[in-house]
Design a protein. Structure first.
Length: 330
C-alpha cells in the first residue's frame, strides 16, 4: 500500500500545500528546542541523548500509532495515517514557491528581486551576485531541497514500510535532516544560543550516515533520466570537490545530467556581521574555481531542472507501482 499512500499524499500536497507557518513544523521546532534546553549539558554523551530524543521519540510515536491502527481499526486507517505523515514530511510545495518566485523574477529581468528572494529563502548574503551565479545557486539549492523533501523521504519511507514499520521512515529521515541544520543555525543565527559541540557533531555525523544511500539513489535517478554517461562521469570525478560528500554526489550528477557548471564559492549566512567574504566581497572569491565543467548556468536551465526532477519522480513511482503489483499478484 506504500505506492497508494505516496501517490495520494503527493496529489493532496499539490492541491493544498502546507503553509509555511503550519503547526506540525512549528511543533517540530519546539520539540527540538525543548530537548536541547533540557538535556544538552555540554558533555560528549549529551549530544547523543538530545539527538536520540529529538529524532527517536517522534519516530517511535509514529510507529506506535501505526501499530495500534492496524491492530484495532484495520489497514485502511493505517494507510490514512501514512498519507497524513507523508503529507507533513514529503512534497515539492514546501520549497517550490521559492524556486518559482526567483525564476519569475529572473524571467522579468529583475535581478535585484531575484537576489532578495534567494537571500530570504536560504538566509544568505546574495548582494551583488551576478545573474549566472544566482541561477547556479538556485539550481543547487533546488535539487538538494528536492532530494531532502522528496527522494530521501521516499527512500526511507519505502524501505521501512516494506518491513512493516509504516510511515516511520519519513519521520526518521526528516527529523534527522532538521537536527543536522538546527545546531548550526542556533550557533550562528541572528539570535545565537548556546549549543554544545557534541550535539552538533552527533546530529551532523548521524545525518551523513542516514543520507549516504538516499543521496546516491537520487544521483542514480538523475543519471537515468538525464544524460547517463555524463552524470556518472560527474559523480565519479567531481563529487569530491564539493564540501559535503552526500550533497556533492547529487550536485555532480545533476551537473553531468544537465551539462551545467555547478560549484564554486558558497554564500555566507546573511546574519554574519562581516559580509566581506561573500561571493563578490573579496578578491579571493574570484579564485574559487567551479567544481564541475559544463555550460554557464542560464535561466533556461531552471526549466531543465524541473523536468529532471519530475522525470525522476515518475520513474520511481512507476518502479514502486510495479513492485506493488508484483507483491499483490505474488
Amino acid at each position: 500500500m506504500s505506492f497508494f499512500a505516496i501517490l495520494v499524499a503527493l496529489l493532496i500536497e499539490q492541491v493544498r500545500p502546507l503553509s509555511q507557518d503550519n503547526g506540525a513544523h512549528a511543533a517540530m521546532r519546539n520539540w527540538a528546542r525543548w530537548c536541547r534546553v533540557n538535556f544538552d549539558a555540554g558533555r560528549g554523551h549529551h549530544g547523543w541523548v538530545v539527538w536520540g530524543l529529538a529524532v527517536g521519540l517522534p519516530t517511535l510515536v509514529t510507529l506506535m500509532v501505526h501499530a495500534l491502527l492496524l491492530a484495532y481499526v484495520g489497514w485502511p486507517a493505517a494507510v490514512v495515517w501514512s498519507v497524513a505523515i507523508l503529507y507533513l514530511t514529503l512534497g515539492f510545495r514546501q520549497f517550490s514557491h521559492h524556486f518559482t518566485d526567483i525564476r519569475d523574477a529572473l524571467d522579468a529581468g529583475d535581478e535585484a528581486l531575484a537576489r532578495e528572494r534567494l537571500a530570504r529563502w536560504q538566509r544568505v548574503d546574495a548582494a551583488d551576485l551576478p545573474r549566472s551565479e544566482i541561477v547556479r545557486h538556485v539550481i543547487e539549492y533546488s535539487v538538494l531541497a528536492a532530494h531532502r523533501h522528496v527522494f530521501g523521504v521516499l527512500f526511507w519511507f519505502s524501505v521501512l514500510a516494506a518491513v512493516g514499520l509504516g510511515p516511520t521512515g519519513a519521520v526518521f529521515y526528516r527529523m534527522s535532516e532538521f537536527m543536522s541544520r538546527y545546531g548550526a543555525y542556533r550557533r550562528k543565527g541572528p539570535a545565537a544560543q548556546p549549543i554544545s559541540e557534541s550535539l552538533v557533531r552527533a546530529a551532523q555525523g548521524n545525518w551523513a550516515w542516514i543520507d549516504w544511500l538516499p543521496a546516491r539513489i537520487t544521483a542514480l535517478g538523475f543519471a537515468v533520466v538525464g544524460s547517463f554517461e555524463d552524470a556518472i562521469d560527474g559523480w565519479r570525478n567531481y563529487a569530491q570537490r564539493f564540501p559535503n560528500d552526500n550533497d556533492g554526489v547529487i550536485l555532480a550528477a545533476t551537473a553531468g545530467a544537465l551539462d551545467v557548471r555547478l560549484g564554486g564559492r558558497e554564500l555566507q549566512p546573511a546574519f554574519l556581521p562581516d559580509s566581506s567574504q561573500t561571493l563578490q566581497g573579496s578578491p579571493a572569491a574570484a579564485a574559487v574555481p567551479p567544481a564541475t565543467p559544463g555550460r554557464e548556468p542560464e535561466v533556461a536551465h531552471l526549466a531543465q531542472v524541473v523536468g529532471l526532477v519530475w522525470r525522476t519522480v515518475v520513474m520511481w513511482m512507476v518502479l514502486l507501482a510495479l513492485l506493488t503489483l508484483a507483491r499483490l499478484l505474488g
